[in-house]
Design a protein around this ligand. Structure first.
Ligand SMILES: [Zn+2]
Length: 314
């Protein structure tokens, strides 16, 4: 699209979402930047660029860096808008430019799609233009950009009813983290220590590695237990972090044990101690996760607040 069109879209969004003047100006600056970088072509591909910029933008918004947020978002919008051009490709020179001039003369219209959260927003940004004529291309570009902007600039906190659900899960977590659960956990720790110690006497190197692994896992997985000074949101988030780790460990640990017993001839009994210890902790974790209802509110936690994890996706 022509630079004027990119600017027009950015200003339209500023107006529609009542953005402050300096935020709108940053959105414009971002929107016109990519053409000066000459990293063509813009009219297809670029998914990873768009995704990265949108996620950066949301993260800046969470940190209250509004102008930086708008610049990142503007850059994403440049690629989004260029992807919506359905006419003659840029290789066709004059015909392409002519088509873009026609787009420029079209009126801006479109409404926000009311997107919620990271995944929905990113997917919507890649919506393909059905196209056909310059004005539908422009409407499409405007609608996508407006919807994405609305989502990125949306509240940093979940709505009251969702916050209530998270609070309830937090309360449940405290209720279910009983002395019995702590006791099982402690029992598992003794088994793990016994197992590690006996591996250590058989094969010091493997013993040290298993010991180190155990210390790391233990240290990290302890955060599944709720702590009074943290909010329900933080406690539930910790549960999710730990569960994600255990999901990986569910496959990794048994494989490791099988490998150790075959390759290094480590005594099966010491491995069984470790294995059983980990199994008990695995049960504790999943018990707390499902009984507290943390599994049900997980989506909301990631929808609203934490877009950061998305950085690892591309
Ligand atoms: Zn471009």
């Amino acid at each position: 699209m022509l630079l004027q069109t990119h600017e027009k879209i950015a200003r339209g969004i500023g107006q529609e979402l009542y953005l402050k003047n300096n935020v709108t100006s940053s959105l414009v600056i971002g929107s016109v930047s990519p053409d000066s970088w000459r990293d063509y072509p813009h009219h297809q591909g670029g998914e990873s660029k768009v995704k990265r910029r949108i996620l950066n933008s949301r993260n800046c918004h969470l940190k209250n860096e509004e102008t930086h947020c708008a610049i990142e978002l503007g850059i994403a919008f440049h690629y989004v808008a260029d992807r919506c051009v359905s006419g003659p490709s840029s290789r066709e020179g004059w015909a392409h430019t002519n088509y873009e001039r026609q787009i420029e003369r079209c009126p801006l219209n479109g409404t926000s799609a009311g997107l919620i959260g990271r995944d929905e927003t990113i997917n919507y940004a890649f919506k393909k233009s059905v196209g056909g004529n310059p004005c539908t291309d422009l409407s499409m570009a405007f609608e996508i950009c407006l919807s994405v902007a609305n989502s990125v600039f949306s509240s940093k906190f979940p709505s009251p009813d969702i916050r209530n659900m998270i609070d309830k899960a937090g309360e449940n977590l405290k209720k279910h983290a009983t002395k019995r659960v702590y006791f099982v956990w402690f029992l598992a720790l003794i088994l793990l220590s016994a197992g590690t110690f006996s591996i250590l006497t058989l094969n010091p190197l493997i013993g040290m590695l298993v010991g180190l692994l155990t210390v790391i896992i233990e240290f990290f997985s302890l955060i599944i237990f709720p702590v009074g000074k943290f909010t329900s949101y933080q406690n539930i988030r910790h549960v999710h972090d730990v569960i994600n780790m255990w999901k990986v460990l569910t496959i990794f640990l048994p494989s490791l044990f099988i490998l150790l017993s075959y390759m290094f001839n480590v005594l099966l009994l010491s491995l069984l101690y470790c294995f059983f210890g980990y199994f008990l902790q695995w049960c504790c974790n999943f018990y707390l996760y499902y009984r507290s209802g943390a599994d049900k509110v997980g989506t909301y936690i990631f929808w609203y607040l934490d877009w950061k994890t998305g950085n690892e996706l591309n």
